[in-house]
Design a protein around this ligand. Structure first.
Ligand SMILES: [Zn+2]
Length: 700
């Protein structure tokens, strides 16, 4: 324990250490706990970010025992309050709770007990502070510590925003400005800043700790989308134990699945397009170890508690570091060495940008959709995204239409019923016996699904029928997916024509205003869009960074307990290494490296631009780099421009002399930077295209 010069504080800390032993049975504080407790004793407001299981609650529970006033704990988990208080009583800490489940008399009596020093710790639901009576009751109680649990609920940026948390800063004033301790497991930097802002804390200390996972080995592998399938398949066969492969789209999930199963790996797929029973049974199979690998979109993972996951592979780059770390962090919960590989191709960025633009429709799309809805005669409109898209002047993805509706709904202009699913339509082009012959006798499930149709509709199938896929699945005794697959096969082979069920939304207009008068905070929406793109940049820089992978992530979370991990690809290869087969792969026993090389199954973990960068660092000229790498000088220039844009320290003076630079700058002032040709015309022959390219990259 680190003692201070303040004798009073030293005495309190040593007292708390005794209490730690008595009540919790530990002889030492965990990393970060002690610092936070010291702040509490010194009445310094503090924000603590610690993952679940890191021992956050001890930080306010323990000091409450020696503070002279009471400790108020704000917790949104009303259902859990009683359990929390019961378990405190079990370890001998006098605590109680107040929430809406108690009568006025019971509340009064508990507050009296607090005044009489029966309890030191009191859990309160944030909604309580809206009651004036309750505030009056509290007015004669001395509050020493105001602890806000799940503090991310205060932030509108968080996933868990609770409006009742918005009043906290007033409440803190009303109870006499006690020391404030905000704790959360949510580590995003903007949520953290928002907590400080919303609570009006001046100059608080932020303690971030416990995010380090020393048993995880991180690595980035560069591959084009088409190479990824075989490389991931190779990799999976080199690693023992079970694992998760995350992919950005359902299509990639399905394709990866067929790749793996055809290589003899026991694997299943999981995504939101599958019905919930199916998903549940697949999840169970994976959890109990009946299959080794699950390939999934990010729909998979919440509440997954499988401790022996040996690897998490990302088929493509996620959108944020926090998403990546949360998903990768599902590996190695048991503390055993585990691998976290991210496959990356520059095209991954486009997928993420596509998702981000779907989440952030521009203001005109929102206004135009609203205008389009007003144009209807009735106040209730049944529409598909496709019909709604017609009222928008630019082409936007369906996702953006959905988000625009969500925003209009949130602001009270419309309301939506949940998605309505209508009937599908099918018409057989031949009689059922003929179709049965066309199906392979081995396709047992398909035949069974076909029987479902025949049993229900008989000869009507030739005239065409509307049907519900769920009903037919029920009749045939197969899963809904089997019906979908059969119908697709029949329609692919021209054995039937098929129209999928209508999927649309019922929209009611609640408020009618002129579209230009919509009261929506478009500035905030634009800022949100910008913030998401910025996070994507930080994620992508993870790929290009030379430093320790784990340190990069922990620095992002501002976890103070970081040093180079010595086990990630960057730590083990060193920036000068030219080995194309990454040491990471060597470490996982790439069966026979030489054979792998001869078969050209090598995996390049280093970006080609970074290889150029290493040569640049050896002071080579452009021609020397081109020669060494067996590339054209133009390609080297492209690499340099790329590196400059990624903020690598490339000194442009080495390639473009100052006279030329001045010339180019003058030209840019005159003609702008939109296109190269006018610049080239203005500078004349003395300055080359490459000079201009490098300068432009530098100016960006
Ligand atoms: Zn490292």
């Amino acid at each position: 324990m680190c003692y201070t010069r303040n004798p009073m504080l030293n005495q309190q800390l040593s007292q708390l250490k005794d209490l730690l032993k008595i009540h919790y049975g530990y002889s030492e504080f965990r990393f970060g706990q002690e610092k936070a407790i010291k702040n509490v004793l010194e009445q310094k407001s503090t924000v603590v970010i610690m993952p679940t299981g890191g021992g956050k609650s001890l930080i306010y529970q323990l000091p409450s025992l020696i503070l002279d006033g009471i400790t108020i704990v704000i917790s949104p988990l009303i259902a859990l309050m009683k359990d929390q208080v019961d378990s405190l009583e079990q370890i001998g800490i006098p605590a109680t709770f107040i929430n809406s489940s108690l009568s006025q008399i019971e509340t009064q009596s508990r507050i009296n007990d607090i005044k009489n020093n029966v309890y030191k710790l009191i859990y309160i639901a944030p909604e309580r502070f809206y009651s004036q009576e309750f505030m009056n009751l509290l007015s004669n109680v001395k509050v020493s510590l105001f602890a806000i649990d799940e503090a991310h609920c205060i932030s509108e940026w968080g996933h868990d925003f609770r409006p009742s948390y918005m009043r906290m800063k007033e409440v803190i004033k009303l109870v006499g400005n006690p020391t404030v301790l905000a704790v959360t497991a949510t580590a995003t930097p903007e949520v953290r800043e928002d907590i400080i802002k919303q609570l009006n804390l001046s100059n608080p200390e932020v303690i971030v700790t416990g995010f380090n996972r020393p048993n995880l080995k991180f690595g980035v592998i560069r591959a084009s989308d088409s190479q990824k399938y075989s490389q991931i398949s190779n990799l999976v066969q080199q690693i023992n134990g079970s694992g998760i492969i995350y992919a950005g789209t359902r299509k990639k999930v399905e394709e990866m699945l067929s790749y793996l199963t055809s290589s003899g790996v026991s694997a299943v797929a999981y995504h939101a397009g599958m019905d919930s029973n199916n998903r549940k049974s697949i999840q169970n199979e994976f959890m109990k170890g009946a299959v080794r690998v699950i390939i999934a979109t990010n729909a998979f993972g919440l509440g997954i508690d499988k401790s022996d996951i040996r690897f998490v592979i990302h088929f493509d780059m996620p959108g944020t570091i926090e998403a990546y770390y949360q998903e990768a962090g599902r590996a190695g919960r048991d503390g055993q060495e585990s691998h976290c590989f991210m496959f990356y191709s520059p095209a991954d960025r486009y997928l993420r940008e596509f998702f981000i633009s779907g989440d952030n429709p521009p203001p005109n799309v929102i206004t135009e959709i609203y205008a389009g809805l007003l144009y209807n005669d009735s106040d209730t409109i049944l529409a598909t995204y496709a019909t709604l898209a017609e009222s928008v002047s630019e082409k936007v993805p369906d996702m953006a239409i959905g988000t625009a509706l969500k925003i209009l709904e949130r602001e009270g202009y419309i309301t939506r019923s949940h998605e309505k699913t209508g009937q599908a339509f099918i018409q057989f082009s031949h009689d059922a016996d003929y179709i049965k012959e066309k199906l392979s006798a081995k396709a047992r499930v398909q035949n069974q699904a076909l029987q479902g149709f025949v049993r229900h509709f008989g000869d009507k199938l030739l005239a065409g029928v509307e049907f519900s896929p769920n009903d037919i699945a029920e009749i045939a005794g197969v899963k809904r997916d089997a019906i979908t697959r059969l119908v697709k096969k029949l329609s692919d082979e021209n054995l039937a024509s098929y129209r999928p069920p209508f999927r649309g939304t019922e929209i009611k207009i609640l408020k009618k205003v002129k579209p230009e008068d919509l009261n929506i905070n478009f500035t905030a929406l634009k800022e949100k869009h910008k913030r998401e793109l910025n996070k994507l940049d930080i994620m992508e820089n993870y790929v290009y960074d030379f430093g320790c992978r784990r340190k990069y992530i922990l620095d992002y979370f501002k976890d103070s307990n970081t040093h180079d991990c010595q086990i990630c690809d960057n730590c083990t290869s060193g920036s000068q290494a030219k080995e194309v087969v990454s040491d990471v792969l060597n470490n996982i026993n790439f069966a026979d490296k030489k054979i792998a090389k001869n078969n050209e199954a090598t995996i390049t973990t280093k970006l080609t631009q970074l290889e150029t960068y290493e040569l640049y660092q050896q002071n080579m000229t452009i021609d020397e780099m081109a020669q060494t790498r067996n590339l054209k000088p133009g390609t080297i220039i492209q690499h340099l421009c790329f590196l400059i844009e990624k903020n690598k320290d490339i000194d442009i003076n080495k390639f473009v002399d100052s006279k030329k630079q001045i010339k180019i700058q003058r030209a840019i002032k005159k003609v702008g930077t939109d296109t190269l040709t006018p610049i080239k015309e203005a500078v004349g022959d003395e300055v080359s295209w490459d000079d201009i390219r490098l300068m432009l990259a530098n100016l960006k």
